[in-house]
Design a binder for this molecule. Structure first.
Ligand SMILES: Cc1ncc(COP(=O)(O)O)c(C=O)c1O
Ligand SMILES: N[C@@H](CCOP(=O)(O)O)C(=O)O
Length: 464
């Protein structure tokens, strides 16, 4: 499989090189040159099979023969062996035609574990085969960081630096990043917001000398392998509700557009998905864009779903590339406008292509709290604020006879204050995290300045 950049000015790469590259050298994002397809018959044959078996069949076409089948199967078994639910991502029915896909049974209680556990094993495998080390830099609004630190802690071949917005993540999220003792992981609180953290990470990638010296790699969803691993649960969920003989719809709480883009990929591969619904919180840049055709930054507001407090939505670039019929010049021009003026306009034909695949809606803070309360009183099921954004928006896009699946992206215990204030229940952390809030923290606070950040990383990283 060949991977190309959305900006068309970086060399195309094979899977393993794209995996280690993270961001393309022209600032773009890698994606496959063509979408691998599964026929209806092939999809049907996945029915009744385990998450791990489906993962192999869905993901191996993206890897080609760069990694042996048995080695990849072993990575999948190992990665999903860390999950606390035998189904990995179970479906829960919450209404006549409504379902919630629980993606929080991994070690750090958010959907990020699904991809990160596999990504860590893939990277270690490729680095070991090549006898190399890497310096991983990542930005987080709360969940990617914990998942990455957990998945890579103790890895012999990587040093991991995670940048999170100082005082803007939940206490549980922060401690999942700051209480690890492994020498190869570093949590850094940045005086700024998530977009500042993400910009710093992209600037480190774009500093060619720094990137080459420290062998910089990334674990955010700019890395194609993150998106790829997230495609699997669209298949498992749809299959258990009758696909490919029946269409299903998905609503996805969205920030960086990675998770929902994985749904788009599943659809390109042949999974019969009817609606893909983007759910945002008050930071509704994606919902506004779909409505108006103008992507326009207006500042970020802190909400009870902090992981979605994002306005530079990285993977929207992958969608732009697709919507412009894979014209990299159109993507370059949009990204240049965004950098220069904080906005860009989408051509009518591209907007039409986007609207064909996606719908969108927003949940206000008041609606998020009401949705948590209502779900609990009607079904006895407790949801976190991110999932609540999804559940609220899903309701507006449900269609008779088509199951609507909302992705439950985090466990309610990650956001106890918001959940308690909404419904009075203080969700408990699972037993393996029961000591988390008493453990000693270890992190560094830095200004949102490239020089300070590069100096910090340069002093601590061991890859040369
Ligand atoms: C709990 C939770 N829900 C939803 C999202 C949004 O996912 P994405 O950024 O892939 O759109 C995130 C962070 O990314 C998250 O941590
Ligand atoms: N919400 C994310 C933000 C980073 O997203 P990613 O999917 O690009 O890693 C988080 O929780 O960190």
């Amino acid at each position: 499989m060949e991977y190309i950049s959305t900006r068309g000015e970086a060399p195309s790469l094979g899977f393993c090189d794209a995996l280690l590259a993270g961001l393309a050298r022209d600032g773009g994002l890698y994606l496959p040159k063509t979408w691998p397809k599964l026929s209806k018959k092939e999809i049907k044959a996945l029915r009744g099979r385990s998450y791990q078996e489906i993962a192999f069949e869905v993901l191996y076409p993206f890897i080609g023969d760069e990694i042996g089948r048995d080695a990849f199967k072993a990575m999948i078994e190992d990665a999903y062996g860390t999950f606390r639910h035998p189904a990995v991502a179970p479906l829960v029915q919450t209404g006549a035609n409504s379902f919630v896909l629980e993606l929080f049974h991994g070690t750090t209680l958010a959907f990020k574990d699904v991809a990160m556990q596999l990504l860590a094993r893939l990277m270690d495998h490729v680095l070991a085969e090549r006898g190399e080390r890497a310096t991983i830099v990542g930005a987080t609004s709360g969940d990617t960081g914990g998942a990455a630190i957990d998945a890579f802690a103790g890895s012999e071949r990587t040093d991991v630096f995670i940048f999170f917005p100082h005082e803007k993540v939940s206490p549980v999220q922060q401690r999942q990043m700051t209480t690890h003792l492994s020498d190869n992981v570093h949590a850094v609180a940045v005086r700024g917001n998530f977009d500042d953290c993400q910009n710093l990470v992209k600037e480190m990638f774009n500093d060619a000398a720094f990137r080459d010296r420290l062998k910089i790699s990334g674990v955010n969803s700019i890395n194609w392998a993150r998106i790829m691993a997230q495609v699997v649960y669209y298949f498992t969920a749809a299959l258990s509700l009758g696909a490919p003989d029946r269409k299903v719809s998905f609503t996805v709480p969205t920030g960086n557009f990675g998770d929902i883009f994985a749904g788009y990929v599943a659809k390109q591969m042949g999974l019969p998905i009817d609606r893909l619904v983007i759910a945002t919180n008050d930071n509704d840049i994606l919902a506004r864009t779909l409505k108006t055709g103008r992507y326009e930054m207006k500042g970020v507001k802190a909400t009870t779903s902090p992981s979605m407090d994002i306005q530079i939505s990285s993977n929207f670039e992958r969608l732009l590339f697709e919507a412009y019929d894979r014209d990299p010049a159109a993507v370059r021009s949009a990204m240049a406008d965004l950098k220069q003026s904080g906005a860009f306009d989408i051509k009518e034909s591209a907007l039409k292509a986007m609207r064909k695949n996606f719908r969108a809606g927003r949940a206000t803070e008041k609606q998020v709290a009401e949705t948590i309360r209502e779900m609990l009183s009607k079904t006895g099921y407790l949801i976190d604020p991110h999932t609540a954004c999804g559940v609220l928006v899903a309701k507006k896009h449900e269609k008779a006879n088509t199951p609507m699946i909302t992705l439950a992206t985090a466990h309610p215990a990650k956001f106890p204050a918001a959940v308690k204030s909404a419904c009075g229940i203080d969700p408990e952390l699972p037993p393996w995290l029961s000591e988390l809030m008493q453990m000693e923290e270890r992190f560094t606070v830095l200004d949102a300045e490239l020089k300070a950040v590069e100096t910090f990383v340069g002093d601590k990283a061991r890859a040369r």
